[in-house]
Design a protein around this ligand. Structure first.
Ligand SMILES: Nc1ncnc2c1ncn2[C@@H]1O[C@H](COP(=O)(O)OP(=O)(O)OP(=O)(O)O)[C@@H](O)[C@H]1O
Length: 635
């Protein structure tokens, strides 16, 4: 019998499972039953598309799951007649972690058993959850169309054993030797029935529970009178313990929230109820049913390139694929659920799917449904805040990717604002604006606090203009300029936009510029390549200076960000330094004879403006030395 080491991450995961304090251990049955259901789905599909597989299956083959338990042996066995696994599958599926979400889960583990157990609650971890209750597990499996069966065994420590074995039919048997302290609870008819009813009632295949029952003979009246003792016999029972109807085919009116939620948990491996459920039956040109869920917490792998798609495609109840990322647009990758079409061909391939009109129609209508549901949620501010916390970023991606629904998506996004503590919408922003305002102003950076205190906001505050505070820099900086406009109002970055209206005539402006011409030239000479220009501004009131970008520079900066994201460096463009002609520092600087002081103050004007806008300065030591010299002179 060959021994194999678990992949390191699996080892870590098992360590957690075996020592888990997690209170919801019963979920291991849900996880194993949904694996069994997936395995039957896959064989069902092959039966329709692969002649050899079809020929090898008994004529009356129908997918089913069987559960048995043995109180004395303290064991539980879960059997399916699905696709099964061969040697390679067993090593790859239950020896390694292939799923990116599971990887994130393992990475998120802290080593603190209690905290990590809570993580299990937030994230289903599939097959390995069995080690919360098992001291030993055997997986005996034979893959459809192959001759040899394999037995995988492990007690959940560092290794597993794998050896060929004889197994008649394809499918998988999972024998679970329960830990002593778990045996009473889980090797129990009522408990198993209860768990299956709770989580797996509506998987599409029947689940049978086999058990032995003591039956007492019913005596006739005569026999009873004669004092005859009733005989007791042990009988085998095989009871169907779930509804076995695809939940999404049930009429909405018949389904309760608990049923929807339980089904969600069985397909998503998430232990928390979803935030929203969207069940639609479409009739007409195309006939299909969709059942979508929005998870309460964004899936862990959402921002990984190798994320798992959450939507499964069925054709007339037959499972087709769960690995097609194109069923919904990528920005909706957090949505879990099912699409079941009556019109697609069963042997639909990836290529056909991508070009198929039926699929395109379903996709388009599905996006509308999901967005409508989100819109509905947005009416309840408190509830919507929870959604925004998880998915604001996805909406932003959408507003940039999905041209057809851009307007709707822009309306759903929420923004922090210079005017309010609460987040605002573009609709509210527009409604609250002055009749002369024609643009949506925003500022982007990493730190909300720095942004709120940016000198660039001063002129906007003075003119009572609201500015959106975008502090998800990684995405906001690239995406916001791409939005274009919302109801004809363009998005304008205040670091490159003209300052808003001020009470100043052209003549007055010119006069100020002339008055400060020499000093601006001088500062520019001193600062050299660190600035692209120096000029007086009317956008400041409190601060002596600020740095801004040229409108053209903004595009360059965006390019630089994109290049950076692709791993290529591009030099940053030098900012424009603007000085406040009404500020004491600037007025005193104008005409100051002490050249070394002018130089120190010029650098300080630049560096402190950068710092107040959350930028880095090139030489912090020199900055401190200059401040010290200026302070010494002032004392
Ligand atoms: N009863 C089974 N029959 C066939 N394959 C199985 C069975 N149980 C598990 N597997 C295989 O092992 C893999 C890992 O199972 P695990 O439960 O850990 O992950 P999973 O979350 O179920 O993955 P998925 O989301 O694809 O179902 C499955 O994806 C499947 O390929």
């Amino acid at each position: 019998m060959a021994k194999h080491q678990f992949q390191t991450e699996v080892g870590q995961l098992l360590q957690l499972m075996t020592h888990s304090l997690y209170s919801n251990k019963e979920i291991f049955i849900r996880e194993l039953v949904s694996n069994a259901s997936d395995a039957i789905d896959k064989l069902n599909y092959l039966k329709l598309t692969d002649e050899t597989i079809k020929a090898a299956l008994p004529q009356d083959w129908a997918g089913q799951v069987n559960i048995t338990f043995d109180e004395e042996d303290k064991s539980l066995t879960i059997i399916d007649n699905g696709i099964g696994m061969n040697e390679d599958d067993l090593i790859a599926s239950i020896g390694t972690i292939a799923k990116s979400g599971t990887k994130s889960f393992v990475e998120a583990m802290t080593g603190d058993a209690k905290k990590d157990s809570n993580l299990i609650g937030q994230f289903g971890v599939g097959f390995y959850s069995v080690f919360m209750v098992a001291s030993h597990v055997d997986v005996i499996s034979k893959k459809a169309g192959e001759d040899t069966g394999y037995k995988w065994s492990s007690d959940g420590t560092g290794e597993f054993e794998l050896a060929p074995c004889i197994k008649e039919s394809s499918g998988t048997v999972i024998y679970i030797k329960l830990k002593d302290e778990e045996a009473e609870e889980f090797a129990s008819k009522e408990r198993i029935k209860n768990i299956v009813g709770k989580y797996s009632n509506h998987i599409a295949y029947p689940i049978f529970l086999s058990y032995k029952e003591e039956v007492t003979e019913t005596l006739s009246e005569e026999d009873e009178k004669a004092g005859k003792e009733a005989k007791k016999t042990i009988e085998d029972r095989n009871e169907k313990i779930n509804e076995a109807t695809a939940l999404w085919m049930q009429p909405k009116s018949k389904l309760k929230d608990e049923e929807y939620n339980a089904f969600y948990k069985s397909i998503s491996h998430d232990s928390t109820d979803p935030m929203a459920t969207i069940h639609t039956k479409a009739e007409g040109v195309n006939e299909y049913t969709t059942l979508f869920y929005i998870p309460a917490v964004a899936p862990m792998d959402m921002y990984r390139a190798d994320y798992e798609p959450g939507v499964k495609l069925y054709v007339k109840r037959v499972f087709i694929t769960d690995s097609e990322k194109e069923l919904l647009p990528t920005y909706l990758r957090f949505v879990k659920g099912i699409i079941d079409s009556e019109d697609l061909p069963l042997n639909v391939s990836r290529e056909i799917l991508q070009e198929n009109r039926v699929m395109a129609n379903i996709k388009q209508a599905s996006v509308k449904k999901v967005l409508n549901e989100i819109k509905k949620m947005s009416k309840d501010e408190e509830k919507y805040a929870l959604f925004i916390e998880q998915y604001n970023r996805a909406l932003k991606e959408g507003a940039y990717q999905d041209f057809t629904n851009k307007e709707a998506l822009l309306e759903l996004i929420r923004f922090k604002s210079s005017k309010a503590e609460k987040m605002t919408s573009l609709k509210a922003y527009k409604e609250a604006a002055d009749s002369e305002q024609k643009a949506i102003y925003y500022i982007v950076g990493e730190n909300e606090n720095v942004l709120r205190n940016s000198p660039l906001l001063e002129a906007y505050k003075k003119n009572d203009i609201e500015v959106l505070i975008l502090d998800d820099k990684e995405i906001d900086e690239i995406i916001t300029p791409m939005y274009g406009a919302y109801q004809e109002w363009e998005f304008k970055d205040i670091t490159s936009a003209e300052a808003p209206k001020v009470e100043q005539t052209e003549e007055e402006k010119k006069e100020v510029e002339e008055k400060f011409e020499d000093i601006t030239k001088k500062i520019k000479e001193i600062l050299g390549e660190s600035v692209s220009d120096v000029r007086v501004t009317n956008r400041l009131s409190e601060s002596p200076s600020c740095v801004v970008k040229d409108a053209g520079d903004a595009q360059m900066a965006q390019m630089a960000q994109m290049m950076k994201a692709m791993g290529q460096a591009m030099p940053d463009t030098a900012p424009i330094l603007e000085i406040n002609p009404d500020h004491e520092i600037v007025t005193k600087l104008n005409g100051l004879a002490d050249d070394s002081l002018v130089s120190d103050v010029s650098w300080v004007l630049l560096d402190q403006a950068k710092l107040s806008e959350g930028m880095e300065i090139t030489d912090a030591v020199a900055f401190a030395q200059r401040l010290n010299r200026i302070t010494a002179k002032a004392l």
